[in-house]
Ligand binder design. Structure first.
Ligand SMILES: Nc1ncnc2c1ncn2[C@@H]1O[C@H](COP(=O)(O)OP(=O)(O)O[C@H]2O[C@H](CO)[C@@H](O)[C@H](O)[C@H]2O)[C@@H](O)[C@H]1O
Length: 623
C-alpha cells in the first residue's frame, strides 16, 4: 500500500499526538500527480474526497475477472471469439456491484481525520441552559465516531446541584498560569473520556457559584468577560499541555469555537501564539449559535484581556449614536464575537436560513456588514439531535413508549402529562406546548398577547421555561387566571421537557429569530406537530402542511406562519387545532411524516467535515 493510501485510509484516528496533521506534507506523500492531494491545483474549494479517491483508483490495477469457469472460458491465445455466458454476465454485474461497494467503503475509509478541539461554555450533560449545550454535547460524539480525535473544553461549573455532573472527571494534575486581568490566574484541568471524546473541564473558583453558567436570579454575572477569557486561554493551552490517553493533541489541531464565550480563541492564536511559531498550521472555525449575544463590554476592559495593544482593532466596536447612553458617551466598546468573525478561518451558523439572515440588516445584530464581507467562508449547517436521548421508543423520562410503527403509547403519555399537571384528562382536547428560554428571541410576548383569545377555544396550554422574571411572574398569574386550561412551569427541568414533548399534540414556537431551533426537531421526532414562525432554522426544518398534495394524501410536517403577529400565529394554531379535531387521518399523516425525518447528526457531521477540509486548504486567515 502506498504511503498516501496508508495514511489517509486510517478509519479511526489513533489516540496519539504523533498522528500527523492533515496539513503536514508528510501525510500525503507524492500521489499520482506528484503533489500531496491537498496541494494539487484541482483541489479548489469544491475538491472532495470522492475525487481524491477517484483519481487514486485510476492508478490501481484493473480488477481481474473472478467468475470465469472453464467451459465459459473459450478465449484462446489466437483470434478465437470470446463467449460470455449469461451466468458470467450476472457474475460480472455482481463483481461490478462488489467493486462499487468496495469503492464506497474506500471512500468512507479515506476520510481525512482531524484533531478537533471544541471550545464551549456549555456541553450537555455536564452543563446546559439551552441548545448550545445540546449541540456541544452531541456533535463531538458524532465526529469522534467518524474517526476524528475530539476534545471538548468547557468550564467545570460547580453550584451544588451540578457537582454530580462532573463526578467522573478527574484532576489531571496539570496547572497553568494565565496572564490576564492584571495578574496571573492559575487554572486546573479535569478530564473524563466518554463516548470516544475527551471532555476537559477548566477549573477555577470563578466557575464555582450558585446560579446557572451565566448568571443568577440577580441577572448576568458581572465578571463573565473574565470567566470566558480564562476559558479561551485554557483551551488554547490544553492541546499543548495535556496528555490525554497517553498523547497530546499537539499544535496542528482544529479549534471549533462556539459563540462569543469561545471567540477569543482565534484572536489568541493570531496575537499570542503564531508570532512565536506556535499553532502555525492550526485552524479555527467559529460556530454561531446565536448572534444576539456578542460579549460586548466597555472599551477600557481591553487591557484586561492580555492582548497586545495593536490587536485592539480586532475587537473594536463602536455603538451607533442612537444606542449611546448620554451626550459624552462615545459608544466605544470591545466585542468579543466580532474578534472571532474577523480572525476565524471559517464561520458556520446552525442552519442555512440563518447564515443568510445574519448578513441582512434585520438579522445581523449590527454585524451584518462584517459578516457579509466574509460571505465566502460563511456556511450554514442544520443541527442534528441526539436521537438516543430523544427517542420516544426508549426515552427514560416518559411513562409510555411509542414509535412511528406503533403510536399507541402517545395517548397515554398525553393523559399522564395532563394528570401530572392537574389538567382534565381529555384525549379529545388539543394540548399545546411551549418549552424554551423566556427571552425576547423566543416570542413569549406574543404568546402572552394571544393567550386570552386562544384560551377562548376548548384547548389546554402548557409552558415550561425560565428567564425573564416578568414573564415568569406572568406565567404564574396566568396559571391562576386560567386554572382549567393553562399550566406555566417556571424553571429548568429536563425530565418534564421530555414529557411535554411527548404528551402534547401541538408544539408552538413563535421565535422572533431562530438560528436553528431544536425543540421543533424533538417535537417532530415525538409525533408532536410544530406550529412555528417562518424564520431561520424553523423555516428550514418545518415543512408547511398541504392537505391536498400528493393526490390528497397530504404533505408537510407542521405549520409555519408569517408575519410574526398575533393574528397570523392564532390563524396557524386554529388550522392545527381544527385538523387535530376534524381530520384525524391527516393528523396522523402529519405526525408520521415528522417522525420519519432524519434528524441524526450524520448528515450534519459530514457537512462539517467538508468545511474542515476547506479550512485546511486555505492558509490560516490570520498568519
Ligand atoms: N425550562 C427548560 N427546561 C428544560 N429544558 C429546556 C428549558 N428551556 C429550554 N430547554 C431546552 O434547551 C434547548 C433549547 O434549544 P433551542 O435550540 O431551542 O434554543 P437556544 O435558543 O437555547 O439555542 C441556540 O443554539 C441552538 C443550538 O445551535 C440553536 O438551535 C438555537 O436556535 C439557538 O437560539 C432544548 O433542548 C430545550 O428542551
Amino acid at each position: 500500500m502506498d504511503a498516501a493510501l496508508r495514511v489517509c485510509s486510517s478509519p479511526v484516528a489513533p489516540r496519539c499526538s504523533a498522528k500527523p496533521s492533515p496539513l503536514d506534507p508528510s501525510i500525503c506523500q507524492p500521489t499520482a500527480v506528484g503533489l500531496p492531494c491537498w496541494k494539487r491545483p484541482a483541489c479548489g474549494p469544491l475538491f472532495t474526497r470522492r475525487r481524491c479517491v477517484a483519481e487514486r483508483s485510476k492508478e490501481d490495477p484493473p480488477v481481474p475477472a473472478l467468475a470465469e469457469t472453464e467451459d465459459e472460458k473459450t478465449q484462446s491465445d489466437g483470434d478465437t471469439e470470446v463467449s460470455v455466458s449469461s451466468t458470467a454476465v450476472i457474475d460480472n454485474r455482481e463483481e461490478e456491484e462488489e467493486a462499487e461497494d468496495t469503492k464506497e467503503e474506500e471512500q468512507l475509509e479515506t476520510r481525512l481525520t482531524y484533531n478537533i478541539v471544541f471550545v464551549t461554555a456549555e456541553a450537555a450533560p455536564y452543563s446546559k441552559t439551552g441548545g448550545l449545550g445540546d449541540v456541544c454535547g452531541s456533535l463531538p460524539i458524532s465526529l469522534a465516531s467518524r474517526g476524528h480525535r475530539v476534545m471538548v473544553v468547557s468550564p467545570r461549573y460547580l453550584n451544588g446541584d451540578s457537582d454530580k455532573n462532573f463526578a467522573k472527571a478527574v484532576d489531571v494534575g496539570r496547572r497553568i498560569k494565565i496572564p490576564c486581568f492584571g495578574g496571573e490566574q492559575e487554572v486546573a484541568f479535569f478530564h473524563e473520556y466518554r463516548a470516544g471524546v475527551d471532555w476537559v473541564f477548566v477549573d477555577h473558583f470563578c466557575y464555582h457559584r450558585a446560579g446557572n453558567p451565566y448568571g443568577d436570579r440577580y441577572g448576568a454575572f458581572g465578571d463573565n468577560q473574565f470567566r470566558y477569557t480564562l476559558l479561551c486561554y485554557a483551551a488554547c493551552e490544553a492541546p499543548l499541555v495535556l496528555t490525554l490517553g497517553g498523547y497530546m493533541y499537539g499544535q496542528n489541531c482544529l479549534f471549533l469555537v462556539n459563540d462569543w464565550h469561545a471567540s477569543l480563541v482565534p484572536v489568541l492564536l493570531g496575537a499570542k501564539y503564531r508570532p512565536h511559531g506556535v499553532y502555525k498550521d492550526a485552524r479555527s472555525i467559529l460556530v454561531i449559535h446565536n448572534l444576539a449575544h456578542q460579549g460586548v463590554e466597555a472599551a477600557t476592559t481591553y487591557q484586561n484581556l492580555g492582548l497586545p495593544p495593536e490587536w485592539y482593532g480586532a475587537l473594536e466596536w463602536v455603538f451607533p449614536p442612537w444606542a449611546r447612553t448620554h451626550a459624552l458617551d462615545k459608544g466605544e466598546a470591545v466585542n468579543i464575537l466580532k474578534g472571532a468573525i474577523v480572525t476565524a478561518d471559517r464561520i458556520v451558523t446552525v442552519s442555512q436560513g440563518y447564515s443568510w439572515e445574519i448578513t441582512t440588516v434585520e438579522g445581523g445584530h449590527g454585524l451584518n456588514e462584517l459578516l457579509s464581507s466574509r460571505k465566502s467562508v460563511l456556511n450554514g449547517i442544520t443541527n442534528g439531535i441526539d436521537v438516543d436521548d430523544w427517542d420516544p421508543a426508549s426515552d427514560k423520562y416518559i411513562p409510555f413508549h411509542y414509535s412511528i410503527d406503533d403510536l399507541s403509547g402517545k395517548a397515554p403519555c398525553k393523559a399522564a402529562l395532563q394528570k401530572e399537571l392537574g389538567l382534565a384528562i381529555r384525549p379529545d382536547c388539543p394540548l399545546v406546548g411551549f418549552i424554551g428560554r423566556l427571552d425576547y428571541q423566543k416570542g413569549t410576548d406574543l404568546i402572552r398577547l394571544a393567550l386570552p383569545e386562544l384560551l377562548q377555544d376548548d384547548i389546554q396550554f402548557i409552558m415550561l421555561g425560565s428567564g425573564d422574571p416578568d414573564t415568569e411572574d406572568w406565567m404564574r398569574s396566568a396559571e391562576s387566571t386560567y386554572r382549567e386550561k393553562f399550566r406555566g412551569w417556571v424553571g429548568f427541568n429536563v425530565p418534564i421537557s421530555h414529557r411535554i414533548t411527548a404528551g402534547c399534540d401541538i408544539f408552538l414556537m413563535p421565535s422572533r429569530f431562530e438560528p436553528c431551533g431544536l425543540n421543533q426537531l424533538y417535537a417532530m421526532r415525538y409525533g408532536t406537530v410544530p406550529v412555528v414562525h417562518c424564520t431561520g432554522g424553523l423555516r428550514d426544518t418545518v415543512e408547511n402542511f398541504h392537505p391536498f398534495a400528493k393526490e390528497d394524501s397530504g404533505q408537510g410536517t407542521g405549520w409555519t406562519f408569517f408575519p410574526l403577529s398575533k393574528d397570523s400565529m392564532l390563524g396557524a394554531l386554529r388550522f392545527a387545532i381544527q385538523t387535530f379535531r376534524e381530520h384525524r387521518s391527516s393528523w396522523e399523516g402529519l405526525m408520521k411524516r415528522g417522525m420519519s425525518r432524519d434528524f441524526t447528526w450524520d448528515s450534519a457531521a459530514a457537512q462539517y467535515e467538508q468545511i474542515f477540509e476547506w479550512a485546511f486548504m486555505d492558509p490560516p486567515y490570520v498568519g
